[in-house]
Design a protein around this ligand. Structure first.
Ligand code: PLP
Length: 354
């Protein structure tokens, strides 16, 4: 017989990003801010000096040092990776055995389940409450009952845009002492409640960070894991040696040399997010078709809307890309013009369509 794909791959489809030309791209939760010329210049100079014939620093020491300084964590507890996606893949593949159980929550980032299944883990889904929040006691009870080895969730949550309190997250970590609890803080720059600085106190917690959102560096693919010494040493052993290329290490380091710029970006994105949320809320006040809007603590707004698919396609035809998720739309905060464009298009569609 000829080679057959394993069952777990047979029915998988390659990831399909939105393709085509869109004047307004608010579908991928990226930063709408483009790097200033001064930083671009520094990148040009330092990248041109790279020893391209040499492998990168396998532990991205300088980058992790700068990351540690910026976030107030010891650099030796940080691992850099080719986006947090690489870390999720490594975690599910290497920090559990095939057949072990991974608990994910719903709604949440869909890749956790994908990577869990690829790693041969059994995926258990815990449903959030009617307000799209996690009830810690219920999650803890469910994880114990199912005897899971790993729990991954995002906080703030993509797609709900809501945040769980630091106390609730730490309660989950404490009470699930034999479970590796992975807290994906991809959007924590836009909220309060980080547990990043608590990693040393727990034997079973890891925090993931990414430069793809608040840092506006999605093109460079930089993600970070922060945990205690034992877990970080194991992660260093498990990862491929040269996982982060030298160009990305350099670019990430340059960005971290500009903390005031990073703070300003976070402020501007929060302002844009609040403005978008306000405009969408005003729109919701004038139409029954918008069913709910979550009070966002991220850089996007999660809107429940009648005929979400119709709205999604209508906006696409006007050159506006947003994300369709069942009966919901996830709209990323953009520039003032982009926010105005998406709200205007949405408003006129809702007025016209019956
Ligand atoms: C965007 C996002 C990431 C980022 O992944 P990268 O691979 O670092 O770009 C991770 N987790 C969540 C929940 C996200 O929304």
């Amino acid at each position: 017989m000829t080679y057959q794909l394993p069952d777990k791959l047979k029915n998988m489809e390659p990831y399909q990003p939105i393709t085509g030309k869109f004047a307004v791209r608010l579908d991928a939760n990226e930063s709408f801010l483009s790097l200033p010329d001064e930083i671009r210049h520094e990148i040009g100079v330092l990248v041109s000096r790279i020893d391209f014939n040499r492998y990168p620093d396998p532990y991205a020491v300088e980058l992790c040092q700068k990351f540690g300084n910026y976030f107030g964590v010891p650099a030796n507890l940080v691992v850099a990776a080719n986006g947090s996606d690489e870390l999720l893949f490594l975690l599910t593949t290497c920090f559990a055995d095939a057949g072990d159980k991974l608990m994910v929550v719903k709604p949440d980032f869909s890749m956790y389940k994908v990577y869990g299944e690829l790693a041969g883990m059994q995926v258990e889904v815990f449903n959030k409450d009617e307000n799209m929040h996690i009830r810690p006691e219920e999650l803890i009870a469910a994880a114990k009952e199912k005897q899971v080895q790993m729990l991954i969730f995002s906080n703030p949550c993509n797609p709900s845009s809501l945040v769980e309190s630091k106390e609730d997250v730490l309660q989950i970590v404490r009470e699930l002492e034999d479970v590796l609890v992975v807290v994906d803080e991809a959007y924590m720059e836009f909220a309060e409640g980080s547990v990043l600085q608590e990693v040393e106190k727990y034997p079973n917690m890891m925090v993931l960070k990414t430069f793809s959102k608040a840092f506006g560096l999605a093109a460079a693919r930089l993600g970070f894991a922060v945990s205690n010494k034992t877990i970080i040493t194991a992660l260093k052993a498990a990862k491929s040696p040269y996982n982060v290329n030298t160009m990305s290490q350099v670019v990430g380091g340059i960005l971290l040399d500009h903390p005031a710029y990073l703070d300003e970006c976070q402020l501007l994105i929060r302002e844009s997010r609040d403005a978008l949320f306000g405009m969408l809320q005003a729109l919701a006040g004038s139409t029954e078709k918008i069913k709910s809007i979550q009070n966002t603590r991220s850089n996007f707004v999660y809107v429940e809307i009648e005929n979400a698919t119709g709205v999604y396609h209508a906006l696409q035809e006007q050159g506006i890309a947003i994300r369709l998720m069942g009966n919901y739309l996830r709209i990323c905060a953009g520039s003032e013009e982009e926010n105005a464009a998406v709200v205007q298009a949405l408003g006129s569609y809702l007025k016209g369509a019956n």
